[in-house]
Design a binder for this molecule. Structure first.
Ligand SMILES: [Cu+2]
Length: 345
């Protein structure tokens, strides 16, 4: 043993490694819950990236094993021995030098060829029949527009399984980054330009996503969900979203709520088709059909919606929505407004 100078330090380091490594290993093995994993692909794009990663990891492991084996062999074979003469100085070895120039070049080729092929494949123009979606990042929520279908919604992106989705990415304010890990292809959203991304979701399910570029106080509260649906389910969703908003029955709490909504400051920021024309906050035409509110961070139920309307900035730091007090509205109005918004299925 050559660690006689710092035996305590060495022992402590080994003890720490013995604790940390198995923990890290076990944590990596918990396969039960990985909603935001980018290693469980659910689109063609994510699968291409996964295949590339597996190929490169294969070569990297081989290189690692060979290099370490040579290193260990050399360290043992040529170690200093008591009484051994000094090694004979040598000058150059042409064959070896050519060898260790060609070997890394080959290794880099092994890395470059599949990488470049994947880049060309994933950046190719989307198929003609792709579903067009325009994504607009806002501080701190995502807006989704379907220009060909006349739909505008927020926080939940509905798409049919097996159909390519062609996404154009814009921002209303600062830089954001659009990322559904299960779909692959994180892409920045930059002021003044339109970025693009397309993928074909391969499995029905609900996949979480979020902004991946620090964009201000509530960056961590800028979430979204991708709802990959069976084609007929998606068509039903489209048909419902294309309907005008439901008109509450006269005399109901919801009708009262509509009155408060239109008389109050809600209409300054929010659009409800045929009712109000605000474009600062999310479009609420069918807000009752969504599962979450406030950029995907609270469930869309009466309790959370009520609390959100009463004091949005207190529930989500930096939220641009004013508190009820600042809108000169009263808490007595909240149950009616909640009833109205919930009726907008
Ligand atoms: Cu962000």
């Amino acid at each position: 043993m050559r660690f006689r100078t710092h035996p305590m330090m060495f022992r402590r380091l080994m003890a720490a490694l013995l604790v940390v490594l198995p923990l890290a290993f076990v944590a990596g093995c918990s396969m039960q819950d990985y909603p935001q994993s980018s290693l469980h692909p659910h689109s063609n794009y994510a699968q291409w990236i996964q295949t590339l990663l597996e190929q490169l990891t294969f070569w990297v492991v081989i290189i690692f094993v060979v290099v370490q084996a040579l290193l260990i062999y050399a360290a043992i074979r040529f170690r200093s021995r008591p009484g051994a003469p000094d090694p004979k100085p040598i000058h150059g070895n042409t064959a070896l030098e050519i060898g260790w120039t060609i070997a890394p070049a080959l290794i880099l080729t092994l890395v470059a060829v599949p990488t470049v092929l994947t880049i060309f494949k994933s950046q190719a123009p989307p198929p003609e029949d792709a579903l067009q979606v325009r994504v607009v990042g806002h501080q701190w929520w995502w807006e989704f527009q379907y220009p060909d279908l006349g739909i505008t919604t927020a926080s939940e992106l509905h798409v049919p399984v097996g159909v390519p989705v062609n996404i154009s990415l814009e921002t209303a304010d600062v830089i954001h980054s659009f990322w559904f890990p299960a779909m692959g292809g994180k892409r920045d959203v930059i002021p003044g330009r339109t970025n693009r991304l397309w993928f074909t979701p391969s499995d029905i399910g609900q996949y979480p996503g979020q902004c991946a570029e620090l964009c201000g106080t509530s960056h961590a509260n800028m979430r979204m969900a991708l709802m990959v649906q069976a084609p007929e389910e998606f068509q039903a969703w489209v048909a419902a979203q294309q309907l005008p908003p439901i008109e509450p029955e006269a005399g109901t709490l919801a009708a009262q709520g509509k009155q408060y909504f239109t008389q109050g400051q809600c209409i300054v920021c929010h659009m409800i088709q045929g009712v109000s024309a605000g474009v600062i906050g999310p479009n609420l035409t069918h807000v009752g059909s969504r599962t979450t509110i406030a950029g995907g961070i609270f469930p869309n139920d009466a309790a959370d919606l009520g609390k959100w309307i009463i004091n949005a900035p207190a529930r989500k730091p930096g939220a641009k929505m004013l508190s009820l007090k600042d809108m000169a509205m009263s808490p007595e109005q909240v149950p009616a407004i909640v009833a109205y918004l919930q009726s907008l299925k």
